[in-house]
Design a protein around this ligand. Structure first.
Ligand code: BES
Ligand code: MN
Ligand code: MN
Length: 457
C-alpha cells in the first residue's frame, strides 16, 4: 500500500536509530549481573510500544525477567493477532572474537552488527514499526496484541504461568512470531516447525581431590577421560544416538514429504565454505536439511575440567563436567527424554567414578499447520513483497513456548522470520541485514491485511 510505503520511507532512519538504541542495552537474561539492564530494556520496549500507539502497555513482573504487554483493539469483532518476541539476548562471549563491541552496534556492508540484532530485537522491532505504520496511517485491519518476553534465551520458565494467568488478556486468533530464519533473500521461506529441547548437565567425579598426574596418573580413573569416552559412546558409527528408547515414537516422514523437504534450495559447497569445513557430519541416511529439521540430535555445548589456564600444569582432575542438549522432534517428550538420558548416563559410568546428571530447561517440538488462513496470509504477504512464493522448511532451532501457546491458549503459530542462518545467532559478530529489517517492516502489514481479509470469508 502506498501510504505504508510513504510512511516507512519518511521514517526509515528513525526506525533504524531506535533499533540501535535498543541494541545498546545489554539485556543478557542468563547473567544476573545484567538484571538491571534487562529491566531497563523492558522499560524501553514499553516506551516504544506506547509511542507506536499501543494501549494498556505494561511491564508485567514475573519470578524472573518481566514480560512487556501492549494491545490495540480497534474493533472486538475483528480478528486479533498476538505478536510474540523476546527482548533478552544470549551472552556475548567469547568477547575477543567480536570485531566490534557486542553492545555498540555498527553498520558494515549493509548489516547491523550487535548481539540481539537478529535474535530477536531486530526482528520483534519490525513488528513494532509495522504496527506504528498501520496505526499512524489509520489502516489497521485487525486487532494486535504484543507480548515481548525477557527469558526466551533461558527457557521461558515463567512464561507458562503468565499464559495460564492471562488467558483472557491474551485471547487471539493466531500467534505471529519473527524469530526464525529464511533460506536467503532470493529464496524466501517460512519455517513450519521448531524442534524441542532437553538440556542436561553432567558431572563426573573421580578421586576426592585433584592429584599429581605423575604420582597418581595411571592408577586412578581420570574423570575427564571417562567423560570423553562416555560422551563419545552416545553416537554409534552411523552417528545414530545410542540412548535406548531415544528414537521411540519419533515421527518418520513419508517418502513424499521427505522429497518435498529436500527440494528446498541447498548449496552444500557454499554451506561448507561458509563454515570452513572439508566435510559435513551427521546421521547416516539423512540429508543435511533433514538432519537439522526433522531428525533429533545430541550436542555437547560445553565440556570442562582440570587445568585450562595458560601454560601447562600436570594435574589429574578430581572432576569433569559437560553441558549436553538434545533437539527433539514430534513424538518425543522432553521430560521422558531427560529421564532416559539420565538413566543411560548413570548406567554406562564405570565404578571408578561417580556421576551426577541434572536437567536444565526443556521444551516440546512444534509443527505449524500450512493449510490455515494464517499460514496462507503469511505466504501471500511474502509473495507480495519478495515477488516469490516462500518455501516451507523445518527450522532446526527451538522456541519452547510455541507448543504452550497451543496447549494453554489453543492458538496456532505462524513463524514469519526474516533472519538468515548465517546471521551468527548466539555467536560472536551476530548481524542482521538492513535489507532484512526493512523488508520485514514492509511485509508485516500485508500479513495483517490478508489475515483480516481471509478471516472474513
Ligand atoms: N530464535 C531462536 C530460535 C531459532 C533460531 C529457531 C533460528 C529457528 C531458527 C531462539 O532465540 C533460540 O535461540 N532458542 C533456543 C532455545 C532456548 C530454550 C534457549 C535454542 O534454539 O537454542
Ligand atoms: Mn530468538
Ligand atoms: Mn536465541
Amino acid at each position: 500500500m502506498q501510504v505504508w510505503k510513504d510512511y516507512q520511507a519518511q521514517n526509515k532512519d528513525r526506525f533504524l536509530n531506535e533499533l540501535l538504541e535498543l541494541l545498546r542495552i545489554p539485556s543478557v537474561s542468563a547473567d544476573s549481573r545484567h538484571n538491571e539492564d534487562t529491566k531497563r530494556c523492558a522499560e524501553a520496549v514499553k516506551q516504544r510500544l506506547t509511542d507506536a500507539g499501543a494501549d494498556k502497555v505494561e511491564v508485567c513482573p514475573t519470578a524472573g525477567h518481566p514480560i512487556v504487554y501492549g494491545e490495540k483493539i480497534i474493533d472486538p469483532s475483528l480478528p486479533t493477532v498476538l505478536v510474540y518476541g523476546h527482548y533478552d539476548v544470549q551472552p556475548p562471549d567469547p568477547l575477543d572474537l567480536w570485531t566490534s563491541p557486542p553492545f555498540e552496534p555498527v553498520i558494515k556492508d549493509g548489516k547491523i552488527y550487535a548481539r540481539g540484532s537478529a535474535d530477536d530485537k531486530g526482528q520483534f522491532y519490525m513488528h513494532v514499526k509495522a504496527f506504528e505504520t498501520m496505526n499512524k496511517t489509520n489502516t489497521l485491519p485487525c486487532n494486535i496484541k504484543f507480548m515481548i518476553e525477557g527469558e526466551e534465551e533461558v527457557g521461558s520458565n515463567n512464561l507458562g504461568v503468565f499464559l495460564e494467568n492471562n488467558k483472557e488478556r491474551l485471547k487471539a486468533d493466531v500467534v505471529l512470531i519473527s524469530d526464525t530464519s529464511m533460506i536467503s533473500m532470493d529464496n524466501p521461506s517460512i519455517d513450519t516447525g521448531l524442534r524441542g529441547l532437553a538440556y542436561m548437565e553432567v558431572a563426573v567425579t573421580g578421586a576426592n581431590r585433584d592429584l599429581h598426574s605423575g604420582v597418581y596418573g595411571g592408577a586412578v580413573a581420570n574423570p575427564a577421560t571417562i567423560l570423553a569416552k562416555m560422551i563419545a559412546s552416545l553416537h554409534d558409527e552411523n552417528n545414530h544416538i545410542t540412548i535406548p528408547g531415544f528414537y521411540d515414537g519419533v515421527q518418520e516422514l513419508s517418502a513424499a514429504e521427505r522429497e518435498s523437504l529436500n527440494k528446498a534450495p541447498f548449496d552444500e559447497a557454499e554451506y561448507k565454505k561458509d563454515l570452513g569445513v572439508e566435510e559435513l557430519w551427521g546421521e547416516k541416511g539423512y540429508s543435511t536439511i533433514e538432519r537439522t529439521g526433522i531428525r533429533p540430535t545430541l550436542e555437547v555445548n560445553g565440556i570442562w575440567g582440570g587445568y585450562t589456564g595458560e601454560g601447562a600444569k600436570t594435574v589429574l582432575p578430581g572432576k569433569a563436567f559437560a553441558k549436553i542438549s538434545m533437539r527433539l522432534v514430534p513424538g518425543q517428550d522432553w521430560v521422558a527424554i531427560s529421564d532416559l538420558f539420565k538413566a543411560h548416563f548413570e548406567k554406562i559410568a564405570p565404578k571408578s567414578v561417580k556421576i551426577s546428571v541434572t536437567a536444565h530447561h526443556g521444551g516440546s517440538p512444534y509443527v505449524t499447520p500450512t493449510d490455515n488462513i494464517a499460514f496462507k496470509a503469511a505466504s501471500k504477504a511474502i509473495s507480495t513483497t519478495f515477488g516469490k512464493d516462500p518455501i516451507p522448511v523445518r527450522g532446526g532451532g527451538s522456541i519452547p513456548i510455541v507448543a504452550l501457546f497451543e496447549k494453554t491458549l489453543g492458538l496456532k503459530t505462524v513463524l514469519m522470520g526474516f533472519g538468515l542462518d548465517s546471521d551468527n545467532l548466539h555467536s560472536p559478530n551476530e548481524k542482521y541485514g538492513l535489507e532484512n529489517f526493512y523488508k520485514g517492516i514492509e511485509t508485516i502489514p500485508y500479513f495483517h491485511q490478508y489475515f483480516a481479509e481471509m478471516s472474513k470469508k
